[in-house]
Design a protein around this ligand. Structure first.
Ligand code: ASP
Length: 327
């Protein structure tokens, strides 16, 4: 009996002590930041810069793990199902708000299956085409797409990705259905575009600005409501200016942990994220790629969650109206 009580006491102490020790030591080893798209793409680029900016405040290496496929849902599912110990985090974009409207069955729920850590940046997108595209301006591009809709194709990162959303709205606006070609991310899609294997793509400036600046791809417009200040992109008109009234797709990134991660661990990651977002080198690199680092209330977990919920409410009817579903 005495022994039983002794063991029971130890078990209770163990249970109480374990999470405290974990939180105190955190992070005791490297942290993995899952990117739900292929390496070399825009989300990956943001993640690699962020991983570097987080290294100092976290005191550990942050390793980027690219888990592409199914428009970002495969990588997000991996994090939703990971141990809630702070060692597996997710960097995701607007797909956190759009994928559920597109897939009949989803391997996770937003917001229920995640802890919100704060947003990272806002990123506009651009409408670009392969180097061999003959159209020299937006009007010619649309005329060519409409005349060649059975063979013209549009690259994206799968259903639920930002490039899919932007392409979907663009096709709706020009009343032309193109053949869409999904990749594991727009890193590989950009390679296909550069090789003239696909015709057009809508993608974040974090992936397109250096290609546009170097003249490696044809660029026609930005998808935000205002023109951009970045020198390489300032000359591009908005799609709204070009006649697609109200066209405005601007995406954003946020950081997440699996549901059930302890508050003590979340607080540590959030504090490190705050330091990373103020890191001069990180801010400079993001600005050079046309992205704006978040400085407003959305850096706070509660505001981040509210923002994602508002984005779900905003995009779900738009996507449903387009009648696109996947299993
Ligand atoms: N830009 C991609 C998208 O369309 C994602 C990526 O490859 O980072 O969502």
């Amino acid at each position: 009996m005495h022994q039983f009580i002794h063991r029971a006491c130890l078990a209770v102490l163990g249970l109480l002590a374990a999470p405290i020790a974990t939180a105190q030591d955190y992070p005791a080893t490297q942290v993995t930041l899952v990117v739900p798209f292929a390496a070399g793409g825009p989300t990956d680029k943001v993640a690699r810069d962020l991983a570097e900016a987080l290294r100092k405040p976290l005191g550990q290496t942050v390793v980027v793990d690219n888990v592409g496929g199914a428009g970002g849902t495969r990588g997000a599912a991996k994090v939703a199902k990971a141990a809630p110990d702070g060692y597996t985090l997710l960097l995701h974009h607007i797909g956190m708000s759009t994928a559920q409207a597109l897939y009949r069955t989803m391997p996770y729920k937003v917001p229920d299956d995640f802890e919100f850590l704060g947003m990272v940046n806002d990123v506009p997108m651009t409408l670009i085409a392969k180097p061999q595209m003959a159209a020299s301006n937006y009007g010619e591009l649309v005329a060519w797409l409409q005349a060649n809709k059975d063979k013209a194709n549009l690259a994206n990162a799968g259903l639920g990705s930002a490039s899919h959303l932007c392409g979907l709205l663009f096709m709706q606006a020009i009343k032309t259905d193109l053949v869409t070609i999904p990749y594991q991310g727009t890193g590989p899609a950009m390679q296909a575009l550069l090789g003239n294997q696909v015709d057009v793509m809508c993608d974040q400036t974090t992936n397109t600005s250096s290609q546009i600046a170097g003249g490696a791809v044809k660029a026609y417009a930005v998808t935000s409501s205002k023109r951009l200040g970045t020198p390489a992109l300032a000359k591009l008109p908005t799609l709204d200016e070009l006649g697609l009234k109200g066209f405005n797709v601007s995406i954003w990134h946020g950081v997440y942990a699996p549901k059930g991660t302890s508050k003590a661990v979340l607080d540590k990651v959030q504090a490190a994220l705050k330091v990373a977002l103020a890191d001069a080198e990180f801010v400079k690199r993001q600005e050079a790629l046309g992205a704006v680092v978040v400085t407003d209330a959305r850096t706070q977990p509660a505001e981040h969650r509210k923002f994602v919920e508002a984005e779900i409410a905003k995009w779900t009817p738009v996507i449903r109206a387009a009648g696109q579903y996947a299993d």
